[in-house]
Each structure stands twice: as C-alpha cells, then as structure tokens.
Design a protein around this ligand. Structure first.
Ligand SMILES: Cc1cc2nc3c(=O)[nH]c(=O)nc-3n(C[C@H](O)[C@H](O)[C@H](O)COP(=O)(O)OP(=O)(O)OC[C@H]3O[C@@H](n4cnc5c(N)ncnc54)[C@H](O)[C@@H]3O)c2cc1C
Length: 447
C-alpha cells in the first residue's frame, strides 16, 4: 500500500496534482477551504480567465483532459496593440504560429476536480487548514460549522496558494526564508459583452493590450463571446485607483486613454465603480520542504501575472515531480527535498521574468526600438532556428527551464544592442551588410 498523500488546497495546482498522484496509484485526499465550486459555482475571486501555454498543456495532457479543455480554449496568436487613437496593430508571438490559450479559471478547476474525483481522489470541502504539526504530520482543519478536526497523514503537500497555512507552519520551524513583496499596481476586471448575435466585438484570437507606460489594460476572450479586460493601475498616486475615484474622473480617464472602451463596454462606469481592486504580490521562500511536507504552486512561488505563467509554473511543478518519480524512484524522503531544490531556481527566474514582462507589455510594446528589435530577432530566428529561440518562445512555447530561458534571454538582449545602435538601423536592418554583421557575430557567440 502506498503512502497516503494529503493536499491542502484544491485550486488549480492542488486539483492537477491530485490527478497525477492518483494515476500513480496513491491514495490522495484534498482539503479545500471553499465550498465545492461545481455546486456553488463560487467565483474564485481572481481572474476570470487565464492564459495557458506549453507548460500548462503538458500537465493537462498528463491528466488526460486535453480534448475537453481544447474544446473551450481560445488560441491567441499574438498581441493586438491598441494605441491612443484607437488604431490596432497585431504583433505575432512567434514565427511558427504558436499560440497561448485563454481558458476559464473556474471551468478548468471544476474539470480537474471532476477527473480527480472520478479517479478516486477524496475531496473535503469547507475544510480550512488552520494549523499543522509538521513533525508528526498532523493537520488541523476548521469546518463550516466552526468545529475542528485533526487528520494524520503520511505526506502533506501545501497547494493552498499565496497565503499558505502550511508555509506559515514551516516559517515557525526556523531557518526558513520568506519574503513577500507587493507591487505598486493593483488590478480591476471589466467585461466587454458579446454582440447581440453572440459574436466577439474584438479579434478573439489575440491578447489585446492598451499599453500606456505606467499602466495598461489587457483583454482575453471567453467562449461565451465576451472579453474580460484587466486594468493594471497604480494603487496610489496622481493617476491611480485611489485618485480616479468618481464616475466623472473614470469617464475622463477612459475616454482619454482607452477611447474605444466606452463603446465596447457601455456599462464600463458601473463596472469600474462596483468591481473590486485586487492586489498583486510576489512570494519567495526557501526551503519549500520540511520533513514529509512540501509546498508547490503559489504556496511556494506566487508571482505577478504579467507573463501568464503562475498557473503554468505551478502545473510544471506537478509534471516535474512526476518525472522525478520516474527518474529517482518514490522514496519521499529523497523526493521531497530534491524536487524543492530543483524547482526553486526556476521559480525565482519566472518571478523576475514576470516583472520584466510587465515593463515590456505596458511600455515597450509601443516603443519603436523594441518593435524593431523583435522584428530583427524574428529574422535571426528564421535564418538560425536552431541557435535563436526568442525569450517569449522559450518561456511560453518550450519546456526549457525558466532559469535557462532567462539567462539566454538576457544574453540575446545584450547581443542585439550594438546592432540597434547602428545609424539609420530602422531603414537598413534587413540589408545584406547588417545581416552579415549579425550572422558573423552570431557564429562566434555561444549563448
Ligand atoms: C489577475 C491574475 C491573472 C492571472 N493570470 C494568469 C495567467 O494568465 N496564466 C497563468 O498561468 N497564471 C495566471 N495567474 C496566476 C494563477 O492564478 C496562479 O498562479 C494559480 O491560481 C496558482 O494556483 P494554486 O493552486 O497554487 O493556488 P490558488 O489558485 O490560489 O489555489 C489555492 C487553493 O487553496 C485553497 N486554500 C487556501 N488556504 C487554504 C487553507 N488554509 N485550507 C484549505 N484550503 C485553502 C483556496 O481556497 C484555493 O482553492 C493570474 C493571477 C492573477 C491574480
């Protein structure tokens, strides 16, 4: 009989992991603080939809629900940039027509729970973990009627998100590094409804961005024909959620910076007034393990959402654990510290990358030098596909470890600067002499 594994948190990562472990023959139980979302349809309290990319799809395939998710996932082949005048320009994500996919957070979570339950995973809803004795592996839960229960287990995994209770228990053990940083920006969601006939009001196969340097609006399509927009905006300051605090100010703000929104979402002022502002933070900690307890997903590495990789990296934790079980066996005394050690540098890298991508999205996508750099890099990739994979593709369309992708991406950026500084480069970037210079340098460079 295999060890019992108790997962605290039945969100995206917990539900995914429960499937993969159940498929390996483990008795798995999941304790989730909220009610069963398949019955109550409770809104997860965060983004309505998410961008899923290669790393996420790998886990979806391993879980055996690719076909089901495929049916509702909407491919986005690039960014659609909306300028201040309302013009739209499409920037593809890759030269190979690769896409990231818009999926419903609750739809995905519910599908994962269902598959898990069908595989025999035991879900306990409205069981909020309020403490853990990590030495004896005993978890304490508060139930909806206010009573408490204690559960003994063999292995516990904290997939209980950014405010993890199991992480808190580790903190109290000493020699545990923990850091939480909030960024200045918060977010608010606003929905663009479908046309009367159910069709989309914007191109559905793109991730829409209104980049405005210090803030930005993005929009992802939903299968129902509507779009979910997210405004990322300073929490405080002269132009912020704090200062844009009346309908009149919001009207002026949207008409100036997002001129097509009033027409696309006629009730945008009601939504701006009524929808909550979410906060955005980064959690870094180490080690992710103590004895027979492990943290995965946001519990160990919550990141800002600008690379669309939070869930993807959490799903990669799950597939990496399964792969490690194949490689080194299923002795959890070894497995737990090894997976924690292996994933940590990659989690740090994607945390940095996510912050970097915020600057790229809100600012650089409208910067002519950046646009030119991307065009030139696309051409280099076409000439040398084996030697040059752009950073966005490494992160979103490959399984190259995040830390490696980040290192190579920084080297690429450095490589490009001298060519971008050439006089009149905007008009001769694809001329034979420039191409030759680039290719010569590339031949002598190892990334
Ligand atoms: C605005 C926004 C947009 C995002 N967009 C993307 C995107 O496009 N792509 C992407 O990959 N990622 C995205 N993310 C990140 C993504 O949402 C998270 O990385 C992902 O949800 C992490 O999953 P998780 O299961 O680790 O944690 P969570 O989703 O937070 O799930 C944790 C679960 O644990 C439960 N829980 C918490 N405490 C307890 C307790 N004490 N006892 C029992 N249960 C408990 C919670 O109820 C919850 O169900 C976005 C995040 C935000 C905020």
């Amino acid at each position: 009989m295999k060890d019992k594994i108790s997962l605290v948190g039945g969100g995206l990562v917990g539900s995914m992991l429960s499937i993969l472990l159940a498929k390996k023959g483990y008795p798995v139980e999941v304790f989730e603080a909220r009610p069963d979302m398949r019955k109550s349809n409770s809104y997860a309290g965060r983004s309505i939809n998410l961008a899923m990319s290669h790393r996420g799809w790998k886990a979806i395939e391993m879980a055996g629900i690719k076909e089901k998710i495929d049916e509702v996932a909407i491919p986005m082949y690039g960014r659609m940039i909306h300028d201040m005048e309302g013009n739209q320009t499409f920037q593809p994500y890759s030269i190979h027509n690769d896409a990231i996919y818009s999926v419903s957070r609750s739809g995905l979570n519910q599908a994962l729970m269902q598959i898990a339950e069908d595989l025999g995973v035991d879900f306990h809803f409205e069981n909020k973990c309020i403490g853990a004795d990590l030495d004896s592996n005993e978890l304490t839960f508060q139930l909806s009627d206010g009573s408490q229960k204690k559960v003994k287990t063999n292995i516990s995994i904290g997939t209980d998100g950014a405010a993890s209770e199991l992480r808190y228990a580790m903190q109290r053990k000493g020699r545990f590094n923990f850091r939480q940083d909030f960024i200045e920006h918060g977010y608010k969601e606003i929905s663009i409804p479908a046309n009367a006939d159910g069709s989309f009001k914007l191109e559905k196969n793109a991730l829409h961005i209104w980049p405005r340097k210090d803030f930005m609006l993005i929009a992802l399509a939903n299968p129902e024909g509507n779009f979910t927009c997210t405004l990322f905006f300073d929490m405080e300051g002269p132009l912020s959620f704090e200062s844009v605090n009346t309908r009149e100010k919001a009207k002026d703000f949207f008409e100036k910076y997002f001129p097509n929104i009033p027409e696309l979402a006629p009730d945008y002022l009601d939504q701006y007034e009524n929808n909550p502002v979410g906060i955005l933070g980064i959690v870094r900690c180490a080690p992710w393990n103590y004895k027979k307890t492990l943290l995965l997903g946001d519990a160990s590495h919550a990141i800002v959402p600008f690379y669309g990789q939070g869930m993807n990296s959490g799903f990669e934790d799950c597939t990496a654990l399964l792969e490690m079980m194949e490689e080194i066996g299923e002795d959890w005394n070894t497995l737990i510290p090894e997976i924690a050690k292996k994933r940590k540098p990659n989690a740090d890298a994607i945390a940095d990358l996510a912050l970097y991508n915020f600057i790229e999205m809100r600012d650089k996508t409208a910067d002519p030098r950046f646009i030119l750099q991307k065009k030139m890099e696309g051409e280099i990739q076409k000439r040398h596909p084996e030697k040059w994979i752009p950073l966005y593709s490494m992160v979103s369309f490959s399984h190259i470890p995040y830390a490696e992708a980040w290192r190579i991406g920084q080297a690429h950026n450095e490589f490009m600067q001298e060519f971008l500084d050439l006089p009149n480069i905007e008009n001769r970037w694809n001329d034979a002499d420039v191409v030759e210079l680039i290719d010569q340098k590339l031949a002598n460079t190892i990334f």
